[in-house]
Design a protein around this ligand. Sequence first.
Ligand SMILES: Cc1ncc(COP(=O)(O)O)c(C=O)c1O
Length: 324
Amino acid sequence: MLTDRRPRVSIAHLPTPLEPLPRLTALLRGPQLWVKRDDQTGLATGGNKARKLEFLVAEALAQRADTLVTCGAAQSNHARQTAAAAARFGLACTLVLRGHPPAQAQGNLLLDGLLGAEILWAEDAPLAERMEEVAASLRARGRRPYVVPYGGSNPVGVCGYVAAMEELLAQAAREGLSFDYIVLASSSGGTQAGLAVAARALGYPGRILGVSVDLPADALRQRMAELANATADYLSLPLAFTLEDFVVEDGYLGGGYGVIGDREREAIRLLARTEGLLLDPVYTGRAFGGLMDLIRRGVFSPQERVLFWHTGGVAGLFAYPTLE
Ligand SMILES: Cc1ncc(COP(=O)(O)O)c(C=O)c1O
């Protein structure tokens, strides 16, 4: 495997299932829709961060860290899975979350507390800066923090999705399948960057389309190119990426990060009611809503096979009681 020489611990339930969506495919009259179930990676209700954390926690343990420190939004799935990984490996966890504490902890935030994480609020300070201050103060007190970057997106974390793409291609080959498109939600860019590195290294001929959840397309494409180059270096792969190598759709940002609109609501309900499959409000709901719009606009032919990479986040549903 491309990532074989990098330290890794076992956290996620792998391989995640690869499933067809026959009822939805019929309803939309194609394309042939499939889903890669990374909402089923385990680790306190699943999601894409379990794969990144296999490599990040391995590095933390190699550095003899005693605390994982990370940051995110109040409903960060990444923060929740980092808290769970810390608990699993007997490490402490400090989460620096954006903004101010809500009146009631729900969804991911409720789980962060259950998982034993210390929660600090950045209030009006920039998130990454506040996180570095917190790490410095832990160090000053004799602790050994390991800082997991926003979204787990550095070359170490991105290895999780290099390995994931290898997993998918092996799984598809075993089942005699190939996918013309892979569609996913993109935010900090690590997931898509990892898929792109493995796709290039292994000669995947299809297209990978990221639906941006919060950033304008070019800013995200630039970030992905940097991450992909750094990851290729880290894995000693002779590959170079530019912004042109990444396809990002930023037409579905709606009211902004975490704001649910009609598109997200429709996608979440439709998947639930036609396939019994849960999407999350912030990431996969937005990405699938975008995919449905692209389907309706005729971007795909009915025979093409499109894989939706479900990146998890379902715990976030329980923080949006007005969804129904
Ligand atoms: C459920 C879910 N999907 C997608 C993403 C986006 O992944 P990435 O940050 O690697 O682009 C995230 C990360 O924040 C997430 O929690």
